[in-house]
Design a binder for this molecule. Structure first.
Ligand code: G3P
Length: 221
């Protein structure tokens, strides 16, 4: 499973890229607003940091297919690794078809059911983004949606990648991997929580304490 960061904050992206585990970035209009920088410049810089590691999703905001297509053309012209993020809906499906005809890759976002995801795959989505956390918030099982989409993808041989999104916990990450999601995108805070474990910290502290008891002349460092 590839690891994407769901953020538009450059420092977070640079930091995770330096860990060697960053496979891409997703953004959305809310994250872009939070970053507080000119949108085009910010996306271009994110695309540069991500480079050959993977893709950067930049979202369209028009509500009709023609507008979405126009914005998709624009954002994907900024760098070769940018994917147009298109909100799911009838206009979104139409836009995806048009984008596919032009070779523009689309991440269909705001997927809340397996049926929506199936239609997006049929339209030719490059990625589909089921919103696990937000489905959970509504009292349903977000992970079930990811599982169903992975099953449908396999059953019908779609090339679309299932991108598990709106992830909030370490369990969301591991369950996405077990379900067979191609990608998981998460905020920086979720990734750092998934990395930390109290026993890892305690174990290291005790190793270092014991190491310090070895006389200096008996250790190479
Ligand atoms: O970027 C899409 C998605 O990951 C949003 O997540 O936490 O706002 O539900 P969230």
């Amino acid at each position: 499973m590839k690891i994407f960061l769901d953020t538009a904050v450059l420092d977070e992206i640079r930091e995770v890229a330096s860990w060697g585990i960053l496979d891409g970035v997703t953004t959305n209009p809310s994250l872009a607003a939070k970053a507080g920088r000119p949108f085009e410049r910010n996306i271009r810089e994110i695309a540069e940091i991500v480079g050959e590691r993977g893709t950067v999703s930049a979202e369209t905001v028009s509500t009709d297919a023609a507008g979405m297509l126009q914005e998709a053309r624009l954002v994907t012209s900024w760098a070769g690794n940018i994917v147009a993020k298109i909100p799911f809906g009838a206009e979104g499906l139409k836009a995806v078809r048009l984008c596919v005809q032009e070779g523009i890759r689309c991440n269909v976002t705001l997927i809340f059911s397996a049926m929506q995801g199936l239609l997006a795959m049929k339209a030719g989505a490059y990625y589909i983004s089921p919103f696990v956390g937000r489905i959970d918030d509504g009292g349903q099982n977000g992970m079930e949606c990811v599982e169903q989409l992975c099953k449908l993808k396999k059953l019908y041989g779609f090339e679309t990648a299932v991108l598990s999104a709106s992830l909030r916990t370490t369990n969301h990450l591991i369950d996405s991997a077990l379900a067979g999601a191609d990608i998981a995108t998460m905020p920086y805070s979720v990734l750092t929580k998934a990395i930390g474990h109290p026993l890892s910290r305690e174990g290291l502290a005790s190793f270092l304490k014991d190491w310090a008891t070895i006389p200096e002349e008996m250790r190479p460092f």
